[in-house]
Design a protein around this ligand. Structure first.
Ligand code: ADP
Length: 486
């Protein structure tokens, strides 16, 4: 039932605590299914608060020694993690497609992307510099030190089962923090495989712990109430992020939150339409539309609206839906029945409010959670899909007339993660990128993610930045030291 891997040691059905691969205290297990077939893939331990506490104790015990290693030692381990991930890229991708559904080409890309965070932050570990500051008194000398925040708890979603962990583990381990992570129950195997990679790369026992279980609120409650945890890194829905932030308020834990988005994708009259269509396909239909930076609202200026719609529909017609492990698949299944129901509800709401289907709009003939790549015309700001992330393969086109109008409409959302626009006008590029209320802006591109740039949102899309030279800051404390009596 499990996917066939060249290195079967990467497949684990146990959790990792204190260097031990183990089951839950009570022996309960959770099933994990392949979203393309519904078939049982495997099971993982059903752990709760007790095992989470044990994992935190292990991370806490391992912290002093890991924090005391040199940056070069940590960098070497992280480099080995990167290299091992790339060596096993195909196995890790097959495993990911089996549990997550995305096409194998996308899974291969995600493994490389995830690995890049270990490489990047291993290099950054050596640049955890402090400052010397010209003193305010003749007999004093001032300096700053950067120190790891301590035990980090990481909660990650199912849409990027490896990369969302890589983004947190890379900087945390580089800074000298130890980690307890909880992957989404739909996709635990990519996370557990990273545990194997970490072990093989030389992470000491307890530095990386992985807890699996069905009761996410219980695991999250232990992570947020246990005083040994000093920081929480979370990627997931805004609702859960807010709840975790409130829980972390009790003892003021540090927080990084990467939450939902509602990305506008704006096509101006002067855009290169073919490039805009290619960007829209990449941004909207990648991972079946299940990414937090997916274009959610496609605003198209009146002068090019019909031409853009025609080209987009032609491109969408060419997308091949199927099992992600098959060579010619462009779009896999949705993750589960709940995701399918949300897509259907958004389309039904849009149709009731006057939208029209240009292509798609229904469950796919393959059954299960497969859905047809869809383009909707005449979408409006009053529709559900303009307010919430659809998280599915639905591209709603909203017509607009002027730059001022589209900026007002694009910003009329409590979210602010990614935004995209297509134009050939240099002055407009500046104006619009400055005016968009988003943490990340793509101009003439639908793909912006890289480990070397800061990823994160404004407004209700989150707190903090992952990746880039800034990404280590979220996992370090800046300590000021004042030397007197000089
Ligand atoms: P999605 O709807 O995309 O699954 P969630 O925010 O529900 O997004 O899930 C993201 C991650 O947060 C998953 O690992 C999930 O198990 C976890 N999670 C969900 N609810 C809670 C909670 N109350 N406390 C801690 N973690 C949670």
């Amino acid at each position: 039932r499990q996917p066939s891997l060249d290195d079967s040691g990467l497949w684990r059905e146990q959790a990792l605590i204190a260097g031990q691969w183990r089951d839950s205290d009570a022996g309960g297990r959770c099933e994990v299914r392949n979203p393309a077939s519904g078939a049982l893939l495997g099971t993982v331990p059903d752990m709760g608060a007790a095992e989470t506490c044990q994992a935190i104790d292990a991370a806490h015990a391992a912290f002093p020694a890991w924090a005391a290693t040199t940056a070069k030692q940590r960098a070497q381990v992280l480099r080995r993690m990167h290299d091992l991930m790339m060596q096993h890229q195909h196995d890790l991708a097959v495993l990911m497609t089996a549990e997550q559904g995305k096409p194998l080409a996308e899974a291969l890309g995600e493994v490389a992307y995830s690995a890049s965070y270990f490489e990047w932050f291993g290099e950054q570990a050596k640049r955890m510099d402090g400052d010397t500051i010209p003193g305010h008194a003749g007999d004093k000398r001032l300096l700053t030190l950067r120190q790891p925040v301590g035990v980090v708890a990481a909660i990650t979603p199912w849409n990027f089962p490896s990369a969302m962990l890589g983004r947190k583990l890379g900087p945390a381990l580089a800074a000298g923090c130890t980690v307890v992570c909880k992957p989404a129950l739909q996709t635990p195997f990519s996370a557990l495989a990273l545990g194997v990679i970490g072990e093989r790369a030389g992470l000491p026992p307890g530095v990386l712990n992985i807890v699996t279980g069905a009761d996410a609120p219980a695991i999250g409650a232990e992570m947020t109430s246990n005083p040994k945890v000093r920081k929480l890194g979370f990627t997931g829905s805004t609702a859960v992020g807010k709840q975790l932030m409130a829980q972390c308020a009790t003892d003021l834990k540090r927080l990084s939150l990467e939450l939902g988005g509602n990305a506008p994708f704006i096509v101006f009259d002067d855009a290169d339409l073919d490039a805009a269509v290619a960007g829209a396909i990449a941004s909207k239909f990648r991972n079946s539309g299940q990414t937090c930076v997916c274009a959610n609202r496609l605003f198209v200026q009146a002068g090019v609206h019909d031409a853009f719609a025609e080209k987009l529909v032609a491109a969408v017609r060419a997308l091949r839906v199927g099992d992600g492990l098959l060579d010619d698949t462009d779009q896999g299944p949705l993750i589960d029945a709940k995701a399918l129901a949300k897509v259907e509800a958004h389309i039904a709401d849009a149709l009731a409010k006057g939208a029209r289907i240009a292509i798609g709009g229904h469950r796919h003939a393959l059954g299960g959670t497969f859905f047809e790549p869809t383009v909707l015309l005449d979408a409006g700001d009053d529709m559900l899909l303009a307010h919430e992330e659809t998280f599915g393969p639905v591209a709603p086109l909203l017509r607009f007339e002027t730059e001022d109008e589209v900026l007002r409409r694009a910003n009329a959302t409590p979210f602010g993660l990614a935004a995209y626009f297509y134009t050939r006008d240099l002055a407009r590029s500046w104006r619009v990128s400055e005016a968009l209320q988003a943490g990340m802006v793509g101009i003439n591109t639908g793909l912006i993610s890289t480990e070397v740039a800061p990823f994160g949102g404004v407004k209700q899309s989150g707190v903090g930045r992952e990746g880039s030279k800034y990404g280590l800051d979220d996992y370090t404390e800046l300590k000021y030291v004042c030397v007197g009596g000089v």
